[in-house]
Design a protein around this ligand. Sequence first.
Ligand code: PAZ
Length: 386
Amino acid sequence: MSADGSSINTLHRTQSSPAIENAIDRSAPTFTAALEKDETSYFDTNPPPPELEEFSRIAEEFVNLHCSHQRRVVLVTSGGTTVPLENQTVRFIDNFSAGTRGATSAEYFLEAGYAVIFLHRQFSLLPYSRHYSHSTNCFLDFLTEAPTDGNSRNTIVARDEYAAEMISVLRKYNHAKREKLLLLLPFTTITSYLFLLRALAVKMEPLGSKSLFYLAAAVSDFFVPRERMAEHKIQSGEFAEKDGEMEFVNPTGPGSGKKLIIDLDPVPKFLKRLVESWAPQSMIVSFKLETDSKLLIKKCNMALKRYSHHLVIGNLLQTRKSEVVFVDQKSSHWLRLPPQNTEGEKNSGGKFAAKYEPEIEALIVPEVVRRHGALIWNVVAATRSS
Ligand code: PAZ
């Protein structure tokens, strides 16, 4: 936050559950799929994230481990990508995504026996800790001091009303940790996300059809290319040298006529490269977010046609937590949570999404897993008969 209390980091932020009449209209132009030359150009002209090599190495070990157990591995992408406006970044463009879809889905994939690479926006929701980390109350509200006999050291325990749920979450979390089933890899910018996605896809190649891509991250459609990015913090006025000192001129004040105009390029649509070149044997599921219900299925079908992947899961910003539509080459069908009848049932004083709020991911993930199973089976059958 800046000194006057306004946000300097987030230039454009929507509420995560806006009223329908306030939702943004994403009537952006549609772009064609990226070709090999677009890939070369993008990855040659934008700098890789410093952690690329380390994350690639860790992912390779993770894949080898689970390959040796013949386990299915899913790469879940989650959260929003930022678009920096300066190389030494003070300001960036962001989006609404908190990573709920990704973090919740990851838990259901783990429950279904998958190993999960969780490529997520730094500080967004994480599997398991999501039940406590971003709750309306402080996490300390879940804890209390245990009574002591006077001699023993002070101890903190979970409050009675939360303990049963916490133990269940803790056991699942510990199991995932012990069995090395969950790999958490953070990103922040759109460029880091794309470098990491490509590198991880290539590392997952030995898994063949046992690998699944579940692309739930809200990836920016526009960015500032490196060659046009300011090096330092963009100033609200200009500086000129006077008597050996830098002096501020042209301040932006009411009526000064000064504006910050940001010129963004479209981010190349690399889904086609993922399907055709980076992970050709994998099952690939993308998400499509819209705000206009009349466009949703149309846009899902356009994406399928353009990228030729397996499945698009469509959702509307306003209703994404209660309904989604599965669109594949043959048909579309909706998955919906049953309507909730009473407030008390919905949120009976708790912060535990898993217990008190039904989650649409509990419907989405088993259906994706079923389809992935069918694909693996078809590949095995085709290999046998050839
Ligand atoms: O992170 P979240 O749970 O708040 O939102 C999930 C979502 C709407 C970002 C996801 O379901 C989705 O649609 N991702 C793809 C967005 C898009 O680029 O169209």
